[in-house]
Design a protein. Structure first.
Lengths: 115, 112
């Protein structure tokens, strides 16, 4: 059973470009979470999605950031017009259910560098 | 508001000695508590969780954690540390909502 897959692992973008981060959850998991981690800091929740639905996006910046989890294919975190402050590691996690008692399984992350 | 505190930025332990990584929490309802480990340039790996039942929870790689409701703590422990345990450890809590609230992390360094 493959784990959570994220690609690309490293992404370099110039200021003003768009960044697209992809996440394929573990097989059988239909709940996806995105987190951002700044250097030497813990994770910050961004968004929680189920297939075709955004359940909680309270951690997502209101502008330039969007996320989707279509019926087919991976979940996408999209950052438009990137700025230097967007440089961080972005982690995706999945769980078999969304209930609080279920642990989340993490992908290896995408390290975004904005130059 | 929910919160998680890991009071130590770094913990240093000699190989073979017992280790403890501290975590305290604040939630409004029943807590669901988790420990994760992160190795350099890697994602987080689930270690163990407390949902209900026995206060002592056993997890992966010989780690265990003790839930203490009166002290609102969930400290991570291991009887005998290995150099390979050196990593960043995160405590997290949920109280029935979707979000995991994370501690800032504790860097564990095991010296040979």
């Amino acid at each position: 059973n493959a784990g959570v897959m994220q690609n690309p692992r490293h992404l370099v973008r110039r200021r003003g470009q768009e960044a697209r981060l992809r996440c394929s959850p573990m097989k059988g998991h239909s709940h996806v979470y995105w987190y951002r981690q700044l250097p030497e800091e813990g994770l910050k929740f961004m968004v929680y999605l189920q297939k075709e639905n955004i359940i909680d996006e309270s951690g997502m910046p209101k502008e330039r950031f969007s996320a989707e989890f279509p019926k087919e294919g991976p979940s996408i975190l999209r950052i438009q017009q990137v700025v230097r402050g967007d440089s961080a590691a972005y982690f995706c996690a999945s769980s078999v259910q969304g209930a609080s008692s279920y642990e989340q399984y993490f992908g290896p992350g995408t390290r975004l560098t904005v130059t | 508001a929910q919160s998680v505190a890991q009071p130590e930025d770094q913990v240093n332990v000699a190989e073979g000695n017992p280790l403890t990584v501290k975590c305290t929490y604040s939630v409004s309802g029943n807590p669901y508590l988790f420990w994760y480990v992160q190795y350099p340039n890697r994602g987080l790996q689930f270690l163990l969780k407390y949902i209900t039942g026995d206060n002592l929870v056993k997890g992966s790689y010989g780690f265990e954690a003790e839930f203490n409701k009166s002290q609102t703590s969930f400290h991570l422990k291991k009887p005998s540390a290995l150099v390979s345990d050196s990593a960043l450890y995160f405590c997290a809590v949920r109280d029935g909502n979707y979000q995991l609230i994370w501690g800032a992390g504790t860097k564990l360094i095991i010296k040979p």
